[in-house]
Design a binder for this molecule. Structure first.
Ligand code: C2E
Ligand code: CA
Ligand code: CA
Length: 395
């Protein structure tokens, strides 16, 4: 595509940088250029009327960093080109690139700062015109009213995905993943409604609906003699509610589930933003016996030392560093050091996104305790997991 016709958005918190890149782009013949000084304003431009073919995205920004912007772009199914730039070393850039490709974003380049004319020219040249066909794919955002209705009608139900021990493939726990069983549209994945629930203040209600059903079903599995734990996803914002530990303990008790059987998974990036206020609630959850897992580790910028102050029991390493890690030395290195550090802190390690035998081998080579992914089993409804459990028992 001719540079003249390209519409480019530059996202960087440094206004000097915005001006420099603007000058280079104009020299390269780009005429439609827009700017954003933070992630929020970038997203509102993406949501706007104007088509944006290419986003030049800075990774290090205060408030919402580039990695989080990418996650939001993925949720919107953004199909335009994305080039990442960062002042950090090239390893971070490469890792962010693999993260982006996991999210199925169309990454067309990684640029180290200071950005040169040649590098930018090459990046723009690798952008293919057919990819501009549309910016957005099929994930239709749902409205608050629709979601409220779904919660009232109990259309949101838990699916379950096994996590197994790497040494012997034995089941260690199942993770609860919400699904919306829509009467006309079929099964809707959480990416279509969890962000809406979080933004519209419905997430606590949603958590309640999911957890109540899961705890009831899980209580029955325990009563039938099965021996595994239950993993639940908790939105980091919910950790601001001081009554959360008591509420969760009450639900567990109602279904005769010991709190020790429940592992709460909290996403790393959101956690760090709220770490101080959450510490009280996290500590009390731990005191009640709940396990605490850091989810999607590697996708935020937290250091292990920050996290070591919280009594976490489990580290779940994001699939960006697991799936195909054998082909990507930066991802492999991150996976290795995450496992090593977690062991020092006495945490159980989980490799997420184990999709094939090669990924499984990687998890085993590196010494991950547990693995989760399509290679073992996909998330499934309670009835299917029930069958899976009985098959496992027989074999
Ligand atoms: P997550 O907690 O990181 O969950 C893992 C996601 O990876 C799930 O997507 C799962 O289906 C998917 N997955 C599992 N194995 C593989 C694999 O081998 N390859 C690939 N490519 N993907 C795999 P899902 O179910 O679409 O959930 C997306 C996210 O939505 C979850 O990410 C979690 O953050 C959130 N979520 C789901 N249910 C709930 C819930 O009840 N409450 C809250 N707060 N968040 C939820
Ligand atoms: Ca999770
Ligand atoms: Ca995860």
């Amino acid at each position: 595509m001719q540079n003249k016709k390209l519409s480019v958005l530059i996202v960087d918190d440094n206004s000097l940088m915005l001006r420099q890149v603007d000058i280079i782009l104009r020299q390269l013949g780009v005429e439609q250029i827009s700017f954003a000084e933070d992630g929020m304003s970038a997203l509102s431009q993406i949501d706007g009327e104007r088509r944006i073919d290419v986003i030049l995205l800075d990774l290090n920004m205060p408030d919402m960093d580039g990695v989080e912007v990418m996650r939001h772009l993925a949720m919107r199914g953004y199909q335009g080109g994305i080039a990442l730039f960062s002042g950090e070393d090239s390893r971070i850039l490469r890792t962010a690139e693999s993260l982006a490709s996991v999210h199925q974003l169309n990454v067309i380049g990684a640029l180290s700062k200071p950005v040169t004319r040649l590098a930018l020219q090459n990046t723009l040249a690798s952008f293919q015109p057919q990819q501009t066909a549309k910016n957005f794919n099929a994930i239709e955002p749902v409205t608050v009213e629709e979601l409220q209705f779904a919660l009232d009608k109990l259309q949101i139900e838990p699916f379950y995905q096994p996590k197994v021990r790497v040494p012997d493939k034995r089941l260690r726990s199942v993770e609860v993943l919400a699904r919306w069983r829509h009467p006309e549209k079929g099964i809707i994945p959480p990416i279509a409604f969890i962000p809406v629930a979080e933004e519209q203040g419905l997430i606590d209600r949603l958590t309640n609906v999911v957890i109540n059903q899961a705890a009831e079903t899980f209580g029955r599995w325990l009563a039938a003699g099965f021996d595994f734990n239950l993993g639940m996803n908790i939105c980091a914002d919910s950790l601001a509610h001081v009554e959360l530990p008591e509420n969760l303990a009450a639900i567990a008790k109602r279904h005769s589930v010991p709190c020790e059987r429940i592992e709460l998974e909290i996403t790393e990036s959101r956690l760090v933003q709220n770490l101080k206020t959450s510490l009280d609630v996290l500590t009390r959850l731990r005191l009640k016996g709940f396990g605490l897992a850091i989810d999607d580790f590697g996708t935020g910028y937290s250091s292990m030392s920050q996290l070591s102050h919280v009594p976490f029991t489990e580290l779940k390493i994001d699939r960006a560093f697991v799936h195909d890690a054998h082909k990507d030395s930066a991802a492999y290195a991150i996976l290795e050091s995450a496992v090593e550090l977690a062991k020092k802190l006495d945490m159980v390690t989980v490799a997420e996104g184990v999709e094939n035998a090669r990924d499984w081998q990687t998890a085993a080579d590196i010494g991950c305790d547990l693995a989760q992914g399509y290679f073992i089993a996909k998330p499934m409804p309670a009835a299917d997991l029930d069958r899976w459990l009985h098959e496992q028992k027989r074999s």
